[in-house]
Design a protein around this ligand. Structure first.
Ligand SMILES: [Zn+2]
Length: 449
């Protein structure tokens, strides 16, 4: 019998486990989560559901775990169309001799729209509900994300030299403010400044970004200390390490997301800590490009917020946050020489709530808490590779395959139903990918000869 004091819910999802990602190792067993108007109403034990909620629709997910949607805090979604095109090369060669020439030749609004659609489909399929994206034509990415019902933070690129989207840094900054104006009331799209890297943006534009970000209350998203070469060249040419330069320019603050941070000395770490800047750790991209190792365990010990990103599919080569969590946890142990470094529950929090904090979206998403948006993922743990379930958090980080993601909701809207995409046509996407495979493949092979 329904309790007269019960609250109306559009949807009540019962699952064998619910992990809100609010506290370390908190797992609700045989529980349910209620959703109304796209927001989370609450969580209670399944047998008490009728006392709390009057369900419009009820879903029973036995053998499954509910977690907050994963947050991929760094990537270049449209670069999915370059997946596998220039592998096994060092970063500078990869960028300067392959990626930049390809971008100059092929990147357009259509390329970005279609590449981002493909990336979003892969991300939804693997449990990501929010991604931060730094790429040209961000208005096309915004369109792809809103059509798919996906949450995105667009780090609009600012680069000194001409690129497919802007002639110089000033134009990049201006277009970022336009983008912010256009999407400021969107429920799904937020904007950030995306100065590409310390070596590709001069002091003047960086200072302006620091001021504008404060005025407009926007995050700043930047590749920082990705390789030893980047730091060595800055010391040689400018006489200081990039993080110190950013500090002097007023960019280091809780607004700044430093992507990669593989080369950190004691002074860098102290400046990150003092300023409250965040680090977006991209372990698989760093491994593939042999960029170095982010000292995650040290950063966490010092109280610096570390979140996770895949980087683009051209340097990963997928957008799977489950394998990213696993790689981060394993790499942290190897780098610190300590098997207790980055335990599973912490890796899960890095991929959820700590990611939301870095993007300034933690009041909206990142955990399963009443009042937050219903960004929810269900994962099947009753598969041969994830039983017995002694510890669902351990299974999620160390054993789960992305294909075990069964259902995904963003803002309460279902985007994946029993493994099937609901807002994106898979067949169309395969055709689009085939078109770019033919277009890029033919010309790229010719260009190499
Ligand atoms: Zn990147």
């Amino acid at each position: 019998m329904s309790n007269p004091n019960a609250v109306d819910a559009d949807l009540v999802i019962h699952a064998s486990w619910i992990i809100p990602a609010t506290e370390d190792n908190l797992v609700h067993r045989d529980a349910c989560l209620a959703v109304a108007d796209g927001k989370i109403l609450g969580i209670c034990s399944s047998h008490a559901a009728d006392g709390h909620f009057r369900a419009g629709k009820t879903l029973h997910l036995d053998g499954q775990v509910l977690i907050p949607g994963l947050i991929n805090t760094h990537g270049h979604a449209a670069m999915t169309l370059f997946r596998g095109i220039a592998d096994d090369l060092p970063l500078q060669t990869w960028l300067e001799q392959h990626i930049w020439p390809l971008e100059a030749q092929f990147v357009s609004e259509d390329f970005v729209y279609q590449g981002t659609q493909l990336a979003i489909a892969e991300m939804i399929r693997s449990g990501t509900t929010c991604f931060a994206d730094m790429y040209f034509f961000p208005e096309a990415s915004a369109r792809a994300a809103t059509e798919a019902g996906m949450r995105v933070q667009l780090a609009a690129p600012v680069i000194d030299f001409p690129n497919p989207w802007s002639a110089n840094a000033d134009e990049g900054i201006f277009k970022t403010t336009q983008l912010h104006d256009a999407w400021r009331n969107s429920e799904l799209v937020s904007t950030a400044f995306g100065p590409h890297a310390p070596y590709s943006v001069a002091d003047g534009p960086l200072k302006r970004i620091a001021v504008l970000a404060e005025e407009l209350d926007l995050p700043i998203h930047m590749h920082v200390h990705e390789t030893a070469l980047e730091v060595a060249q800055a010391v040689r040419d400018l006489g200081q390490r990039p993080i110190k330069r950013l500090y002097d320019l007023g960019l280091l603050s809780p607004r700044l997301i430093c992507v990669h941070a593989t080369q950190l000395n004691e002074q860098d770490i102290e400046l990150l800590k003092e300023s409250g800047a965040h680090v977006a750790h991209c372990p698989e991209s760093n491994l593939k490009l042999a960029s170095g190792f982010c000292p995650v365990d040290t950063l966490l010990t010092r109280g610096i917020n570390v979140c996770l990103g895949t980087d683009g599919a051209a340097s990963n080569n997928d957008l799977d946050m489950f394998s990213e969590m696993r790689s981060a946890a394993l790499l942290a142990k190897a780098v610190s020489g300590d098997a207790s470094a980055l335990p599973a529950y912490r890796a899960l929090r890095m991929a959820t709530l700590d990611g939301a904090r870095a993007l300034g979206l933690d009041r909206m998403t990142g955990s399963l808490e009443p009042g937050k948006c219903a960004d929810i993922v269900a994962v099947r743990l009753d598969e041969l590779n994830t039983v017995p379930v002694h510890n669902p958090v351990s299974q999620l980080v160390y054993s789960t395959q992305a294909s075990q993601v069964s259902h995904v909701w963003v803002n309460g809207k279902q985007l994946l139903n029993d493994g099937e995409l609901t807002s994106i046509n898979r067949r169309n996407l395969l055709e689009i990918a085939r078109h770019w495979q033919d277009t890029l493949g033919t010309r790229y092979d010719t260009a190499k000869q």
